[in-house]
Design a protein around this ligand. Structure first.
Ligand code: WTA
Length: 642
């Protein structure tokens, strides 16, 4: 049993028949795919589901360990094959290559260390690390011992980190001294020290010395990673877990409230990550796959780590950023490591577009076969630029739509197989049954329709709950349109049946591919003493996709504007992280509210888009003169942008 037996669709006709089969008999379809993995015990029932109670199980009764599928099963024939290539932030530093054999030893060492530190099956472990192989070892070691990893992107502030540790009740934190992102020095251990002042559940902290920064080590709590692994054994028997045992929690933002810990379980996630990786990217043995996402996001989980390793592939971990030391960094990386499949976000593409053709001089890029895009809608210009300049018109672009909650890609072309249409995610993958519904929940059948995107049938990779709050899981995803999973995205299905994602229809915004709840930014702004009230919306931004526009009512009339902006932006950085800082801060006297006191964000969104009249029905507004004042105030910012 190995990845060669996992079904790879080879033609568009095969996609169509496979898709039809997957809808007629989903259980038979997924069960056949699941056969190609290593199980410690097989399942009794492929699927149990109820979208009312949001109780879903896949491969019920089975037992396995995902790391045996990621690592052990490749050892017999491919122990010397490169599993991971690490490309450092600074290109003059040496890259690291880690074979499957070495990966096995590293993960086993760390599994032993975690066990010695007292981490047990089912415990939550927070991982707050740079993009280095040790971060991948950490995730895999958690999975190997049956612990649940909760990776927090190393761009979140101490407060945001503490909130996530507390919510998941993590018993341990794995971190590093620090890192450089481009030229920026980030002292991770200092941030962890600050967070741990608030987190009584954390007993142990393991620290990897990556950059030799001066750090504080608290005796009894903090341990040096390499000293412990140096004395550990290189063998560890993977713990057997139930198919529905939680594999990880990953926090993401929603329309309202605090970030939610999306819970993914073991078997279904494994099958789905592996299947989608193989088929969407048309991965072939020997390919070098590079996804530029950070492992702190779902894309990093499914397609930097699990998807490639489950297929015995070679995955590149890139520590740096697209424009350091210059705007040719991605292209150098592709040539240096002979990358064949390259997967990045539209925001990176748009930012590189600004540099023109110069960064491509002397770059070959002939190793590339497939390009991918993820995280936000890709506009047609960016698509064409990517296709022509990076793919040299030879590489299909897979525009992959999915979410933290879906575990893996849901709507996407299969590379080289599905006929492409720029800016369209095209067609659902096998096993994915879409429904487009209007605001009242009526399904819109046929082509040439636009509405809210829902999924009507379970798929193995779907989230199973929100950590510690199943009720919120039901309310957020399964109660808006009865009997369906609601994605929060809008889409249209064109005359050919192709899907184009039009963006969020809720109060979530997508800034440079980072998902941010407007409510979280408002909460942070409102914490500042001089802010009476605030409302945050997204507006179109030529590079970031969306920018953050904050409307604030201030108590203190005499505070000068620059000080106010600095203080508010600084506070958002402390409370959430630098990436959530508002781009525009507009001081207003009032906010448009309904008579019942609800802020009408729809109007603010339109104003931030530059609209000056067509606001739809505003008769329910308490005081419509407020709108006039806000429009007038917004002009200054709109002029600056154009
Ligand atoms: C958006 C990232 C258009 C969408 C994998 C979704 C996209 C949210 C695309 C999830 C795409 C992701 N085209 N929009 N190809 N991919 N999105 O949870 O709004 O960080 O709901 O997962 O990103 O963001 P998340």
């Amino acid at each position: 049993m190995n990845s060669n037996h996992l079904q790879q669709i080879q033609t568009f006709e095969a996609y169509q028949t496979t898709y039809a089969k997957s809808c007629e008999n989903p259980e038979a379809f997924w069960s056949e795919i699941a056969q190609s993995f290593l199980w410690k015990k097989t399942w009794n029932k492929v699927l149990n589901w109820d979208f009312k109670t949001a109780e879903i199980t896949w491969f019920d009764g089975a037992a396995l360990n995902i790391t045996e599928n990621c690592i052990d099963r490749h050892l017999a024939n491919d122990s010397g094959k490169i599993a991971m290539i690490w490309e450092p932030n600074n290109p003059t530093e040496a890259a690291r290559k880690i074979s499957y054999g070495e990966l096995a030893s590293e993960v086993n060492l760390l599994s032993n260390v975690l066990t010695e530190l007292g981490v047990l099956k089912g415990d939550r472990v927070c991982i707050y690390m740079p993009m280095i192989p040790e971060a991948a070892f950490a995730m895999l070691a958690c999975a190997r011992i049956g612990a649940i990893h909760s990776v927090v992107f190393a761009g979140f502030s101490a407060q945001a980190l503490a909130d996530r540790i507390i919510d998941a009740g993590c018993v341990a934190v794995l971190t590093a001294d620090g890192m450089f992102r481009g030229e920026k020095k980030i002292e991770l251990k200092k941030i962890v020290d600050e967070a741990l002042l608030q987190t009584p559940s954390v007993q142990k902290c393991l620290v990897y010395q990556h950059r030799n920064f001066d750090i504080n080590m608290e005796v009894g709590r903090d341990f040096d990673w390499c000293s412990l692994t140096a004395n550990a054994a290189t063998h560890f028997n993977a713990v057997s877990v139930d198919s529905e045992a939680p594999l990880f929690v990953l926090y993401t933002s929603g329309s309202t409230g605090k970030p939610k810990g999306i819970l993914h379980t073991t078997a279904g996630y494994m099958v789905y990550a592996a299947y989608t990786f193989l088929n969407v990217f048309q991965y072939k043995p020997g390919d070098v796959f590079c996804c530029t996402a950070d492992i702190g996001w779902i894309t990093g989980h499914s397609y930097v780590l699990y998807g490639p390793l489950l297929n015995g592939g070679t995955t590149v971990l890139f520590e740096g950023i697209p424009n350091y030391p210059d705007a040719g960094r991605f292209w150098d990386l592709i040539d240096k490591h002979k990358v064949s499949i390259f997967y990045t976000a539209p925001t990176a593409i748009r930012s590189l577009e600004l540099y023109g053709k110069a960064p491509f001089e002397g770059k070959n890029l002939s190793s590339l076969k497939v390009l991918g895009s993820v995280g936000e809608p890709i506009n047609e210009d960016a698509w064409q630029w990517y296709f022509e300049n990076v793919g040299k018109m030879n590489c299909p672009i897979v525009d992959t739509w999915w979410q933290t909650e879906t575990g893996g890609i849901m709507i996407s072309p299969l590379a080289g197989i599905t006929p492409l249409k720029p800016a369209f995610a095209t067609l659902p993958l096998p096993g994915i049954q879409l429904a487009i519904v209007d605001d009242k929940g009526n399904e819109l059948y046929g082509n040439d329709v636009a509405g809210n995107l829902c999924i009507r049938y379970p798929w193995p990779g779907m989230a199973r709950s929100i950590y510690g709050n199943h009720e919120r899981f039901i309310q957020t995803y399964f109660s808006i349109y009865s009997g369906m999973y609601f994605t929060g995205d809008g889409c249209k299905r064109d005359e050919d049946g192709y899907i184009r994602i039009t963006g969020r229809v809720d109060d979530v915004i997508n800034v440079s591919g980072h998902r941010i709840g407007t409510g979280e930014v408002e909460d942070a702004l409102n914490e500042k003493g001089f802010v009476v009230e605030s409302a945050v919306v997204g507006y179109p931004h030529h590079i970031k996709g969306q920018g953050i526009w904050a409307f604030v009512i201030c108590e203190q009339a005499d505070i000068d504007y620059e000080t106010l902006c600095n203080e508010l932006r600084q506070h958002v950085s402390v409370s959430i992280g630098g990436f959530a800082r508002p781009d525009v801060i507009q001081v207003v006297k009032g906010l448009p509210k309904t008579r019942s006191g609800k802020i009408m964000r729809r109007i603010l969104r339109k104003i931030a888009e530059g609209e000056t009249n067509a606001f739809g029905d505003i008769t329910t507004l308490l005081d419509s003169s407020v709108v006039e004042q806000i429009i007038e105030g917004a002009q200054v910012f709109l002029r600056q942008k154009s």
